[in-house]
Design a protein around this ligand. Sequence first.
Ligand SMILES: Cc1cc2nc3c(=O)[nH]c(=O)nc-3n(C[C@H](O)[C@H](O)[C@H](O)COP(=O)(O)OP(=O)(O)OC[C@H]3O[C@@H](n4cnc5c(N)ncnc54)[C@H](O)[C@@H]3O)c2cc1C
Length: 458
Amino acid sequence: MRLVVVGAGITGLTAAFQWRRARPDDEVVVLEAAARIGGKLDRVRLAGPWYDTGAEAMLARVPEAVQLVEALGLADQLVAPATTRAAIVLPDGRHPLPAGTVLGVPTSADGLAGVLTPAGVARVRAEAALPPLRLDGDVAVGALLRERLGDEVVDRLVEPLLGGVYAGRPDDLSLAATMPALAAQLGSAGSVLAAARAARDAGVRSRGDADGPVFVTVAQGIGSLPAALVAAAGADVRLRTPAHALRRTGSGFELSVGTAAAPQTLAADVVLVTAPAPKAARLLGDVVPGAVRPLAGIPYASMAVVAMAFPAQPVAAGSGLLVPPVTGRLVKGVTVSSSKWPHLSGGPDGGGLLRVRASVGRYGEEHQLQRPDAELTGAVVADVADLLGLELPEPVETHLVRWGGGLPQYLVGHPQRVAAIHAAVGAVPGLAVAGAAYGGVGVPACIRDAHRAVAALL
Ligand SMILES: Cc1cc2nc3c(=O)[nH]c(=O)nc-3n(C[C@H](O)[C@H](O)[C@H](O)COP(=O)(O)OP(=O)(O)OC[C@H]3O[C@@H](n4cnc5c(N)ncnc54)[C@H](O)[C@@H]3O)c2cc1C
């Protein structure tokens, strides 16, 4: 039996590994269009240690990522953050991130002073006087919260948190897809504040006595996982080998693969497509025409990450800063990695340097990325030096990594779109799709989706 996986990101490589464990004698081929494995996971040497330039933290509450690292024999590489204290930068200065919110949605009006103006806090408090909330279907996060809690909650609190995860805008993003825990409570709670409290409490209950860290990383970089997966999966990974077309044959499938200069066909008994939605739409056109429209309805945001090492100097920014558009800044987030992660804080090979990464680019703001590399890097370094108030603002090393089509946008109606895709694809025996486009963009969610797809195919 031959499984062909399209895409060597975390989803495709996890699936290859899982398949190998379940059926050791099968042939597993992974087709990758790029010249390297990993997709949105990558790492550089930043003045010494390995440093992630794609995903840099994994939610430990979705246990599949930690379990995968353990299954790869890398448990000793898991690192918990030294601090998760972050601040929000607003036009009037920096404010500690209020505790106990659900992705920025407050559970009460208390503790919001500073981040919100007195009028903004009053507006949140006033939700109690609104008629009970009734929701009919999916809505945009922004539309609901602006109506119930006012604009400030959206622009100053939810935008930086939700925007940090999706590089998207609350006014576009689906409540059901991006805040499912909150959406699940809204029907019965009657108000957003009550639903946020219920969602928070349900989260605490489901974690039980698990009082481990909320996030973890990997000492050699999350970007080290793809190579570890390839080694453990014993998969035949073919780089620079895009899949162009998929056809059904009597007993399975045939793929057109490779470059225009060197086209090939490849037979497969089972196919898992983990390429981003636009590529998946093109690939599945013949075999699953019903999946094309909903796949094409999932747009992507592009972004860039600049990794920077500065001379050792004190900074008081906790784990980092969230920088919403109301500030008018280029940078949308700063992670102070040398404060956040103990293994990057100096140590034997860390050299005591200040290691920081900053991200730029939101959905619909691609123009910010359309500058030459040196100019973009210089503008980000200047913004970061100003935001952190650096005394020694000249970096000793920088790396710019561009992520074109980095993050799928879960727009209003996303759950219905995903259900339609799975229904259409699931009607073709031996075929599945998985990855960040569907049930969660985070690395643990992608790993979980790979498990789901492999289980369905097996
Ligand atoms: C800058 C950035 C920061 C992030 N930070 C975090 C974070 O801190 N924590 C977190 O949990 N998540 C984070 N994410 C999200 C997470 O990294 C991604 O959602 C996840 O890695 C996507 O994995 P995937 O395998 O589904 O897709 P991808 O990584 O996109 O892999 C798909 C692969 O398919 C290949 N491909 C495409 N078309 C074809 C084709 N026709 N034939 C063959 N191959 C093809 C691509 O080249 C790619 O390698 C971040 C994402 C970005 C961009």
